[in-house]
Design a binder for this molecule. Structure first.
Ligand SMILES: Nc1nc2c(ncn2[C@@H]2O[C@H](COP(=O)(O)OP(=O)(O)OP(=O)(O)O)[C@@H](O)[C@H]2O)c(=O)[nH]1
Length: 371
């Protein structure tokens, strides 16, 4: 390599896109990958839970630049999957003997604590000879951001560590709600510009090439988190926040993902009723519903997105992304067990009786009754 190309600028920039469940990371990536600046980007997606849908949902034209990682929560597998993927990528994706990509974008899971990810990117001996951390981008959902910041520490960390905060879904909140959330975000992270973004539409220049990530200009909390991470890595192995475990569907004692598949097409009415009742009674604890659905009488697949109490308009895809025509749902819940969720599935069957429904509603209410 010519000396002119050595130094930090010759390293491949890595951007980390973080943001809580359903806050619009994939929507943003789907827009970004269309941009000229992203032609030679390697995109690494990680998803929480055993069934992966993002890979099917990301723009088809980008197939060969998307690498997907499975196996659970990215903050836990950092030592394994991500590290290995990044180390191997230059030769695994070499074309005619040289590294083919000139940028890496990593989408974290919505539950990822960014600290261990950033720590690894900044300190791993091998990675720092290949890559430089360009920037951390956090998406914050304007419609559910406040409740999320109240309930989930991960969301605060994500916003605090970002160089840029992208405030998504401002199209569905009032100006007042937006301002209140912006003020709170500004307190959490005074250094990051807050950029409103609708449906992922933003110029890549506005978020890339932020310069070397510099924790020194981040808040004291961020420095403390990064230091804690360094300490824990050195002294105790990788332990942070939640228990280490091998169940890919579990994040901590409260949050876990349930994956449901249905071989036969679903009745639209029953399906809708089931979703309605779930959100009505369990709304705040249904953190995320994501799925590709095969409905009776509809040849095209329907993609559904729920984020807490908000159900986004379903989208009809032009065609099935693969041979797999089954309905696949991922439901991420807080303090609702997979068994409880499965028990609600009787609502999906069309021949439901009033009695069943009443019983179900009663069960839900009892669950919420004070002990
Ligand atoms: N109205 C509106 N909806 C949006 C906007 N951005 C994203 N959405 C919708 O929000 C839902 C979730 O978006 P995703 O991009 O899948 O969110 P995500 O952060 O990738 O979700 P996870 O990977 O599950 O954490 C989808 O239905 C999107 O269409 C926006 O700016 N406005």
């Amino acid at each position: 390599m010519s000396p002119i190309l050595t130094g930090p600028q010759s390293l491949i920039p890595v951007s980390v896109v973080t943001g809580f469940l359903g806050s619009g990371k994939t929507t943003l990536l789907n827009q970004l990958v269309q941009a000229r600046e992203m032609r030679r980007a390697l995109v690494i997606i990680n998803e929480f839970g055993a069934i992966s849908l993002d890979h099917d949902l990301i723009a088809r034209s980008t197939d060969d630049l998307v690498v997907e990682m499975m196996g659970g929560c990215l903050c836990c597998t950092i030592r394994g999957d991500l590290l290995r993927t990044l180390r191997e990528a230059p030769w695994r994706f070499a074309r005619e003997g040289s590294c083919w990509f000139d940028r890496v974008v990593i989408e974290t899971t919505g539950l990822a604590d960014p600290a261990p990810i950033l720590h690894t990117l900044m300190t791993d001996d091998h990675l720092t000879t290949l890559y430089r951390l360009d920037g951390v981008i956090a998406t914050v959902d304007a419609s559910t951001g406040m409740t999320t910041l109240d309930a989930q520490e991960e969301a605060i960390k994500q916003a605090a560590m970002a160089d840029r905060i992208l405030l998504t879904k401002t199209d569905i909140v009032s100006a007042r709600e937006q301002t209140t959330l912006e003020s709170r975000l500004h307190l959490i992270n005074p250094a990051a510009p807050i950029i409103p973004v609708t449906n992922g539409q933003i110029e890549p220049a506005a978020i890339f090439d932020a310069g070397l990530y510099d924790p020194a200009i981040r808040s004291h909390d961020v420095q403390r988190w990064l230091k804690t991470e360094a300490y824990e890595t050195e002294h105790r192995g990788h332990v942070h926040g939640h228990h280490h475990h091998h169940d890919v569907n579990r994040h901590d004692d409260h949050i876990h993902a349930t994956c449901l598949t249905f071989d036969d097409p679903l009745d639209a009415e029953g399906f809708e009723r089931w979703l309605d009742i779930l959100t009505l009674f369990k709304g705040p604890d249904i953190l995320r519903v994501k799925g590709i659905v095969n409905l009776v009488g509809e040849a095209k697949p329907v993609v559904i997105h729920g984020v807490q109490h908000i159900f986004h308009p379903p989208v009809l895809l032009e065609s099935w992304p693969s041979e797999d025509r089954r309905t696949r749902l991922v439901i991420i819940t807080r303090d609702i067990s997979a068994e409880e969720l499965r028990a609600t599935l009787s609502l999906l069957t069309s021949g439901i009786t009033r009695y069943d429904l009443a019983g179900f509603v009663e069960d839900m209410l009892n669950d919420h009754a004070p002990a």
